[in-house]
Structures are given as C-alpha cells and as structure tokens.
Design a protein around this ligand. Structure first.
Ligand code: 5AD
Ligand code: SF4
Length: 438
C-alpha cells in the first residue's frame, strides 16, 4: 500500500482542509505514513500569509527534491494558498512537483495526482465547498465546521483575498445538517470557521439568509454541542446581535479572538480595517459588559508602512488598556500584489524587530497576569488526554481556551472541573475536583 504524509502550514482553515485531503487519500486507497521519510506521497498544504511561510515551504520542497532523486517513485503534491499564489510558476520553477491544487480546488487533488501536463494543476474556481468530501478528524469530540470561504475585505497588507477569492457563505441548511451529524457522531465542541466568519450570510439571497448571530443560536440549540468557538471574526462585524447571541448561548465559550492589527487610528486607516482606536475599545467594553469573564486574544502587526514611534505607542497603549489574554504578534511582511507592498514608507527591519520585542514583553506580562488571576478559581476543562511531555499529567482546554495541565487522569473527551493552583503565561495547572461528565 502506498503511504502519504500531509504537512500543514498556516491557519485553521488549512488544518480543516488537511482533514479533507487525508480523507480523500484514504478513500483512494492510501494509508498514512508516520512521518515524511516513510511516505511515498508527500503533501504540503501551504500558507502564504507572510514571506517566512513561503521561505519555509521552498526549503521543504528542496528537501523533497533531494529525496525524489533517490526515489523517483516519490510523489510531491502541493495544496493551499501558496500553491494558488504560484499557479503560473509552480511547475516551471519546481519541476519535481507532481501535482498542485489551490484552496478552492481541494476536491480535485486526487484527479490532479493522476493527471499529466497542465492537468496536474487545479486552481481558482472557488465555487465548490468540498463539504461532502470524506475527512479524517484528529479527535472524535472536536470538529471544525466551515461557514464560509473567501474574504471580501480589502485589508491593504493581506494576500488572502487574492488566493481564497470572494466570500461565499454555505447554505444554513447544509451547515446545520452537518452540525447535527457531528453531534450525532459524538462531537461536543465545534469551531465555526470562515476567513471573516462573522460576516457569514451576507451574500445569501434574502429568502435563505441567516446571520452569524442566528447561526450561533442555531448551533447552540443542537443537543450534545456544549462548546462553540469561532475563527476569525472581524471587529467591523461584531455587532450587538452577535454579542447578545454569544452572551445568551450557553454553549458559546467565553472567549474571543479579535484581531486588532494596530492601535493607531492613522495606521488602521491605511490598513483599510474600517474601525478606529475608539471603536475597537468601545467594542471591547461592550463585550466585557455582556461577558465579564471573556478571554480576549488578538493579532498585532508591527512595522506596517509609515508606522511612526507615536503610532506604535498607540498600539502598546491599546494593548495595555484592553489587557489581552494573549496575542499573535507579527512583523509586517510585504506581500506581492497587495496595496501596502507598494507603499513607499516601508519601516526599516531593525525598527520592526525592536518594536516586536517591546510588544512581546507587554504581551507576556499581560498573559502572565491574566492567568495568575485565575489561580484559586475552578475552571471547566475538556480533557484532550495525556500531555505530550509527561504521560502522568493530562492536558485540556478551559472554556476560555487556556491550556490546562492537570492530575489525576481524565480520559480524552471528558469534561472535568479543575481548581487552578499555578499558572504561567502559557498554561494553567491544577487538580481536578470531580468528573462533570464521564
Ligand atoms: N504581514 C504580517 N502579518 C500579516 N498578517 C496578515 N497579513 C500579514 C502581512 N502581510 C497577520 C494578521 C492576520 C494574521 C492571520 O496574520 O495579523 O490577522
Ligand atoms: Fe495562510 Fe491565510 Fe491561507 Fe490560512 S488563509 S493558509 S493564514 S494564507
């Protein structure tokens, strides 16, 4: 039996697409190899959000070429956003690549692998949802549920709209049928996915329209689903109805990833984010009003073109005011074809790195403080089984999406109450009181 290995880069949408890729390859009679070295088919599901993602992938492709020279039967397959962005050049510049599919054409992967010539590439045509593809879930009790694909925003730094296409919402009937099916299979936690998840439904015709807030309530109403999260919302679409639906739906977790990108109104404007510092802070206040214990995480970019010292201070200031639970921090990376890549006031690398360092210190300080404030509280934890480093210690996630390490053991998928005894900026540690649900 030929064996495949999938390496996944990038966001959760890609993780979800990789589940479909694995399901499809298994449907085609392949088995999974434990690592790349043991595989006959190497699949890279790629990201192109920052230059670093591209560089890493190119390195992997060169390694794959080395292996292919020794083993000509090896198949090298590239899927995802980088593949889409390289659609014109990929077979010319990387002639050892056997097949390539963009994120809108995951369903064509098996055909592309059997094809010759140009047919080995499948790109564009972002119209099929691949919803009916087989998939292989990593965990029985957690699932991704895709609400939409593509993005209609025009953030000036971002390459995603050009590789994932315009936003298309799935029909609510189809989404809810999948949610019910997942619940029937024993899934208790659902992650709703979309590049701009909370603008869900806007493109549907009026007679079938369902807003994101209505979708949250509808998934909440499904028996057996006890945790709902979603990625990634845009602050511009976090309206009152969404906040109310979050607060009033028991299954929706007290956690939100709310990308800030910059705290400077001037920079936000050039990023085309459509909100300013004041509106973002006001949104946070309304969220905390409705859900006082909500855990907030964010994305921040430093060194966007034209970002002055004062702009960066605004970002630090907003960060301090909000006191986020955690953040992903990024150095601005010019992406081909994006508006901001053509801006002439690019920030020097040295300045970017200095700012990142300062920001990371602030992020760590708040993360440690927010977690320390939970010491002594009792948190509901969904167990994910033994921890990676110590089989005697179990790990899981709180409703606030914090990593929890605990003893004694509780099987993966069970829900327990944990008293938090210690914390770091990354984890909470504690003892479980009693299994809530066995
Ligand atoms: N440079 C740096 N960071 C970027 N992001 C998106 N595009 C870029 C870029 N060109 C970040 C944003 C986004 C996250 C997924 O990646 O913060 O929210
Ligand atoms: Fe990367 Fe964006 Fe594509 Fe996700 S959608 S894989 S973050 S480029």
């Amino acid at each position: 039996m030929r064996r495949y290995h999938v390496t996944t880069f990038g966001c959760q949408m890609n993780v979800h697409d990789s589940e479909r890729i694995k399901g499809m390859l298994e449907g085609a009679g392949l088995g999974e190899a434990p690592d790349r070295d043991a595989a006959d088919v190497l699949v890279f599901n790629t990201c192109t959000i920052r230059e670093k993602a591209d560089d890493r992938l190119v390195q992997h492709l060169h390694d794959a070429r080395g292996r292919k020279e020794r083993d000509p039967d090896l198949q090298v397959v590239v899927a995802g956003c980088w593949a889409e962005s390289q659609r014109e050049a990929i077979f010319r510049e990387f002639p050892w690549v056997d097949a390539a599919v963009g994120p809108g054409r995951i369903g064509s992967l098996a055909d592309a692998m059997r094809a010759e010539g140009d047919e080995r590439g499948a790109f564009g045509s972002f119209d099929d949802f691949a919803a009916d593809l087989p998939r292989r879930r990593e965990r029985d009790f957690q699932a991704w549920l895709q609400l939409s694909m593509g993005c209609n925003s025009v953030c000036s730094y971002c390459i995603v709209p050009s590789v994932r296409g315009r936003e298309r919402s799935r029909h609510p009937r189809e989404v809810l049928a999948e949610a019910r099916q997942l619940a029937a299979e024993g899934v208790t936690e659902i992650m709703l996915l979309g590049q701009n998840v909370n603008s869900y439904g806007r493109d549907l015709s009026p007679d079938e329209r369902c807003t994101f807030a209505e979708m949250l309530r509808a998934v909440d109403a499904i028996d057996g689903i006890s945790r709902i999260r979603f990625m990634s919302p845009h602050p511009k679409d976090m309206r009152g109805d969404v906040i109310a639906a979050m607060a009033e739906s028991d299954a929706v977790c007290n956690q939100l990833h709310l990308p800030l990108q910059s705290g400077s109104t001037r920079v936000l404007k050039r990023m085309r984010r459509t909100y300013d510092q004041g509106r973002y802070l006001d949104l946070v206040a309304r969220l905390r009003d409705a859900m006082p214990d909500i855990a907030l995480t964010t994305d921040v970019i430093v060194g966007f073109p034209g970002e002055s010292d004062a702009d960066f201070e605004d970002t630090l200031d907003v960060y301090e005011q909000v006191g986020f639970d955690h953040a992903f921090t990024f150095i601005y990376s010019p992406r081909r074809g994006t508006e901001a890549a053509a801006f002439e006031d690019q920030v020097a690398d040295e300045v970017k790195h200095e700012r990142l360092e300062r920001l990371v210190d602030v992020v760590q300080r708040h993360a440690a403080a927010r977690n320390a404030a939970l010491v002594g509280t009792t948190q509901e934890v969904l167990s994910e089984g033994p921890s990676r480093t110590d089989p005697g210690v179990f790990r899981g996630k709180t409703r606030g999406n914090k990593t929890a390490l605990f003893t004694p053991a509780a099987p993966a998928g069970s829900v327990v109450s944990m008293v938090v005894e210690e914390s770091t900026s990354q984890t909470l540690r504690g003892r479980i009181l009693s299994p809530v649900v066995a």
